[in-house]
Every structure is written in C-alpha cells, then in structure tokens.
Write a protein that binds this ligand. Structure first.
Ligand SMILES: N[C@@H](CCC(=O)N[C@@H](CS)C(=O)NCC(=O)O)C(=O)O
Length: 114
C-alpha cells in the first residue's frame, strides 16, 4: 500500500474523525497540519487536493479523498470489516442515519458559531 497522508488541523473535528478512524483501523499515516489560520487551505497546491479548501484530505498515492465521513467509511470498508461500521445492510443503515444526524448537528453548530 502507498504511504498515507491525512491533511488536517488538530482543532478540526472532521480532521480528528479521519485521523482517529485511521488509528482505529491501524492505518499508519502522516498527519500533515494545514495552517487554517494563515490560509494554507487556499493555496494552489492544497486546492489541487481539495478544491473546496477544507480539511481533512486523505491521500494514498494517487488516490485522494475529501470529506471526513467518506474517509471514515472508506477506511472501515478497506479492512476486514468491523462492528464500528458493519457490512450488514440494516445495521449499516442505522449507523449511516446517526452519521447524517451528527453531520447536520455540526453544520448547525457552525452556523451558530459564525
Ligand atoms: N464536510 C466537511 C467539512 C470540513 C470542514 O468544515 N473543515 C473545516 C475545519 S473544521 C475547514 O477546513 N475550514 C477551512 C475554512 O473554513 O477555510 C467534512 O466533513 O470533511
């Protein structure tokens, strides 16, 4: 497997989701801090990885994936399976439901903060 990098910020919840799920599944990775305060996410090099200028980004060789939950699902599926994200359809649907609720709550919270 190619070496894995996760671009993120230590105070970013979506970054921590990607980072901690990678740890959970034993995926060795370099955590590359993106300095959101200085605007590193808007630099051309970073925008090649994520045109939306957000963290996290998961990079595995040529394969680049954005969005914390997409990264978490990918990491869960590429292994041997886990109760964290079971393959059984109904169990998985319930977890997806809770992930959607969590994501909506986070977006709502961001609207309150800004
Ligand atoms: N839907 C995205 C949201 C990612 C996101 O909002 N990241 C924030 C940090 S928590 C960010 O990169 N902000 C940069 C900016 O606003 O310029 C995901 O879940 O990965």
């Amino acid at each position: 497997m190619s070496s894995v990098k996760i671009y993120g910020h230590p105070l970013s919840c979506p970054s921590l989701i990607a980072h901690s799920v990678a740890d959970y599944f034993g995926v060795k990775h370099d955590f590359q801090e993106v300095d959101l305060i200085s605007g590193a996410q808007f630099k051309d090099d970073y925008k090649k990885l994520n045109p939306n200028s957000r963290v996290p980004v998961y990079e595995e060789g040529e394969f680049v994936l954005c969005e914390a939950l997409a990264i978490a699902r990918y990491l869960a599926d590429r292994g041997e399976g886990s109760s964290l994200y079971p393959r059984e359809l109904k169990k998985r649907a319930l977890i997806d439901m809770h992930l959607s609720i969590m994501n909506d709550m986070r977006m709502h919270q961001m609207n309150l903060n800004y």
